[in-house]
Design a protein around this ligand. Structure first.
Ligand SMILES: Nc1nc2c(ncn2[C@@H]2O[C@H](COP(=O)(O)OP(=O)(O)OP(=O)(O)O)[C@@H](O)[C@H]2O)c(=O)[nH]1
Ligand SMILES: [Mg+2]
Length: 190
């Protein structure tokens, strides 16, 4: 059985068709596909090496529908980090983080630990790239506004900046657990 402390849980959410499932597949080493299959709700398990230890990362992949109460489900009780995503080619998905996903998450969780991810960053490199794409600077400003601990732009198509997202999830969780342990020890004088 896995040691409880070596297990980390995260949930990936954001609008539909922006590449959330493709990110998970890339992390799990699966080949990129242009095929689109809408997700209902799925759980995957991956592995991250951190400070010489192996961590099992449980990833909940959510449907991209903006549904009220989506985080009220008990399944998020033990979620350590929330990965909120948009596509750099889809401004509506970027605006949706501010107008829907973060307010909805904050209804259920006090000070959630968040990693902000801009997906499909390869879209900006195309010759016919959308003029209205979301810039890196806009992503950084949103990170600051929603108090996300980290911000990464990634591309499942190119396989770029995939692992670092999940390494960040483990890093954030381990640091939080250490801090909580330190405060508990101090409170009980041990
Ligand atoms: N060019 C490019 N296309 C991508 C990338 N990631 C995903 N896609 C494509 O975008 C489409 C949607 O990808 P999904 O990963 O299924 O999107 P999703 O956000 O999980 O969608 P829902 O499950 O409906 O919420 C698919 O056709 C993918 O092939 C990427 O990094 N670059
Ligand atoms: Mg999906």
């Amino acid at each position: 059985m896995l040691h409880k402390q070596r297990k980390v849980s995260c949930a990936i959410f954001g609008d539909g068709m922006i590449g959330k499932s493709a990110l998970i597949k890339a992390f799990l080493g699966e080949k990129f596909s242009h095929q689109y299959i809408a997700t209902t709700s799925e759980t995957h398990n991956g592995c991250v090496r951190y400070e010489g230890e192996k961590y099992n990362v449980e990833i909940t992949d959510l449907a991209g529908e903006r549904e009220e109460g989506v985080f009220s489900n008990d399944q998020f009780r033990n979620t350590d980090v929330f990965i909120v995503c948009y596509s750099v080619n889809d401004r509506e998905s970027f605006d949706g983080i501010r107008s829907f996903w973060i307010p909805e998450l904050c209804k259920q969780r006090n000070k959630p630990k968040i990693v902000l991810v801009g997906l499909q960053s390869d879209g900006r490199l195309k010759e016919n790239a959308m003029e209205n794409h979301v810039s890196y600077m806009e992503g950084l400003l949103l990170q600051h506004e929603i108090k996300a601990i980290d911000f990464v732009e990634s591309s499942a198509f190119l396989g770029s900046n995939i692992n670092c997202i999940f390494e960040s999830v483990v890093d954030i969780t381990v640091k939080h657990r250490k801090k909580r342990m330190f405060l508990l020890k101090r409170a009980f004088g041990r």
